[in-house]
Design a protein around this ligand. Structure first.
Ligand code: ARG
Length: 461
């Protein structure tokens, strides 16, 4: 057991209690951030005359040495240390001697861990954003390629009106674009530096918190030392945004699974993203999409867990807050893994345009357009709705579509039907007349696609 305290104690920690309390098993994940923060702290202490320039140089190069040795596999972050902070301090002192013991001047593990977690989450927010952007790029390419791939649009999972594949995928584009905006919002709100808050009440050393904060690329220092050491709002916001990403991926997965089913056959998932059955030779299963759908639960779980952990904690730091890490790390790994896989899976989907189009032609997806046709001939919409309803019933009895009816059959229901009806309710016409901004008509979609292209050239959301 290598602990940073002991003077006040006359007995060793119970073995089980030690393991229960230790966080080294998981906080070694942010070794890099811990070292980055310590370097900034040392530089600030030297600038303020609390350390000599020589001491600072020894500390900074000692810290670089530790990181390098761990990354090259020459040094292991072992479990004899309580946490990553103790590991770094003990190694530093072993390397550079007395100066190592001065690094923690004017700092507590409470503001140190608050900083490490913030630096780590900030990096992950940016990485998640980059993965979202990659997925958006895949969607954009597919949208450009499928402006005239017609398919049924559904409500209640029943065929409703025809749309295009570009338009359907465009709905997901909007979802993932909002997810990127959330990353940006979180970053804007969280990017303040808690270092210098001490254990909870600041410190008597003349620290320059603005300086530390600028060295670490923050907008500025946090404004209340008690809040600084106990704020985990940004982790909860991030988990909430990750949950929304999973919700979107899960809905998309569900559609891909449906579309890939024998009944729909709109798409075929590439072999690279499917698996077989150990008993049924004919099977090709959409396991990746199913797993993404399934993993949504554990990300929601992380969000609920941290919300619950935080809700009863009195100010300022309490050890409960150590629970902010493991499930958050798991959620981050899960979402990043799902996003990366999804981009590959979607890029390689094979869409069966013929099946999609045929499906759109069945199921009376042009019934609204047939009613609109009568309105164009002067029939009030409510009457037109009733006439087409009767026509659909007639067609269902005869087992055919509206466009299969002869003009004589149609005229029995309304004298306003003319030969130009057939063109007016063709699949292409139904879609291409929908030209309001945000609708599936080609010209309307092209306007959105042009906007998306500009958006994808920007750095952040
Ligand atoms: N391992 C702790 C955490 O993750 C670090 C802070 C420890 N502070 C303390 N007073 N014991 O929250």
């Amino acid at each position: 057991m290598a602990q940073l305290w002991g003077g006040r104690f006359t007995k060793e920690t119970d073995r089980l209690a030690y393991r229960f309390n230790a966080s080294i098993f998981f906080d070694r994940r942010f070794l890099r951030e811990d070292i980055e923060g310590s370097k900034a702290h040392a530089a600030m202490l030297a600038k303020q005359g609390i350390l000599t320039a020589e001491e600072k140089d020894r500390i900074v190069s000692g810290l670089s040495g530790i990181l390098e040795d761990v990354e090259q596999g020459r040094l292991a972050v072992t479990e004899e240390y309580e946490d990553v902070h103790s590991f770094v301090e003990a190694n530093l002192t072993a390397r550079i001697g007395e100066a190592g013991k001065k690094l923690h001047t004017g700092r507590s593990r409470n503001d140190q861990v608050a900083l490490d977690m913030r630096l780590y989450v900030r990096g992950q927010v940016k990485e998640t954003d980059a993965l979202l952007k990659e997925l958006l790029q895949v969607l954009q390419e597919l949208m450009e390629a499928h402006l005239e791939t017609y398919m049924p649009g559904f409500t209640h999972l029943q065929k409703a009106q025809p749309v295009t594949l570009a338009h359907h995928l465009g709905a997901y584009f909007e979802m993932f674009r909002r997810d990127r905006q959330r990353m940006y919002d979180i970053y804007r709100r969280m990017n303040y530096c808690p270092l210098g808050a001490g254990a909870l009440a600041g410190t008597t050393y003349p620290l320059d918190r603005d300086y530390t904060s600028s060295l670490l690329d923050f907008f500025g220092p946090t404004a209340n030392s008690m809040d600084s050491v106990s704020d985990r709002d940004y982790v909860i916001e991030f988990l909430s945004a990750l949950s929304l990403i999973m919700m979107h991926l899960s809905r998309f997965s569900e559609e891909i699974i449906l579309w890939n089913s024998n009944e729909y056959h709109f798409v075929e998932i590439d072999d690279g993203y499917s698996t077989g059955s150990s008993i049924m030779p004919q099977k090709k299963n959409p396991d990746i999409a199913e797993l993404v759908r399934g993993k949504t639960g554990r990300v929601y779980g992380a969000l609920m867990s941290l919300l619950t952990t935080m809700k009863g904690i009195p100010l300022a730091y309490d050890k409960d807050m150590q629970e902010d890490k493991e499930l958050t790390f798991d959620a981050i790994d899960t979402v990043k893994g799902c996003l990366a896989l999804f981009a590959g899976m979607v890029r390689t989907l094979r869409f069966d345009k013929r099946v999609m189009e045929e499906s759109a032609m069945k199921g009376f997806t042009n019934a609204t357009d047939a009613a609109d046709y009568l309105v164009g001939k002067g029939v009030p919409f409510r009457d037109a709705h009733r006439i087409i309803g009767e026509l659909v019933l007639y067609c269902l009895e005869k087992g055919k579509s509206i466009e299969d009816c002869s003009i004589e059959e149609l005229k029995k229901l309304s004298p306003f039907f003319e030969a130009d009806l057939y063109e007016a309710i063709s699949l292409k016409a139904c879609v291409e007349r929908r030209l309001t901004f945000g609708a599936p008509g080609k010209a309307a979609m092209e306007a959105v696609i042009a906007r998306n292209r500009e958006y994808l050239e920007e750095e952040w959301a």
